[in-house]
Design a protein around this ligand. Structure first.
Ligand code: AMP
Length: 211
């Protein structure tokens, strides 16, 4: 968990390699659907994502159930960007209950707001494989080209100042209560997300050992 631009995607991608379990990013899944020609879901979700609004819970529930029921999730997974509302917490409880699984930890990254703005405005994303770069702190080897798959990097349409503000507001209104719900279950671990990627990863890894 954590606000837009806090580093969830970058860290979750690294933890995937470290833990050997899939990184399930609902934002990435939605972006792929938006780009897929002929996808029934794409046009429906595009208007929410590009305005910084949340995609309706029912639709997100179907999407996460389908993803977590796949074979590669049996041994565990890292959720990134889900659940984002209290309704989605209930949905996730239902899906996990059906699968006979439980959440081990909820890790919440925190950084000062000025740093978030800096990160989001310099962020460049691969539309093909979802890899994330930063113009200053994590530039690709060749400018504008994804290190992982060679596709041309783009600025996400929801990384503009107006949409960033909306996403921050949505986070404060709808997602912070999710953190409180997990705190009251004793699952929440808050991690300082400021600093180098490796330093944050080390804090997250040590956070995983707690609870
Ligand atoms: P992210 O890549 O996690 O920042 O997500 C990008 C956008 O996808 C969000 O601003 C929402 O529009 C949408 N989205 C991602 N995850 C969810 C979710 N769990 N519930 C609703 N909308 C979501």
């Amino acid at each position: 968990m954590g606000p837009p631009g806090v580093g969830k995607g970058t860290q979750a991608a690294q933890m995937q390699a470290l833990l050997g379990v899939p990184h399930v990013s609902t934002g990435n899944i939605l972006r792929v659907a938006i780009q897929q020609e002929g996808s029934a879901l794409g046009p429906e979700v595009r208007r929410f994502v590009e305005r910084g609004r949340l995609v309706p819970d029912g639709l997100m529930g179907d999407l996460i159930a389908e993803r977590l029921e796949r074979k590669d999730s049996v041994a565990g997974f890292i959720l990134d960007g889900f659940p984002r509302t209290l309704e989605q917490v209930d949905i996730l409880d239902g899906v996990l209950g059906r699968l006979g699984l439980e959440l081990d930890r909820v890790l919440m990254l925190k950084v000062p707001e000025a740093e978030i703005v800096r990160r989001l405005s310099g962020r460049r994303t691969c539309p093909k494989c979802g890899s994330v770069f930063h113009l200053e702190s994590r530039p690709p080897a060749t400018a504008g080209v994804c290190d992982a798959c060679g596709a041309e990097l783009v600025q996400r349409p929801d990384d503009t100042e107006r949409v960033i503000r909306e996403r921050m507001k949505v986070y404060a209104d709808q997602t912070l209560p999710v953190a409180e719900a997990y705190r009251s279950r004793g699952l929440l671990i808050e991690i300082d997300g400021f600093g180098e990627v490796d330093a944050v990863r080390a804090r997250l890894t040590s956070g995983l050992g707690k609870v």
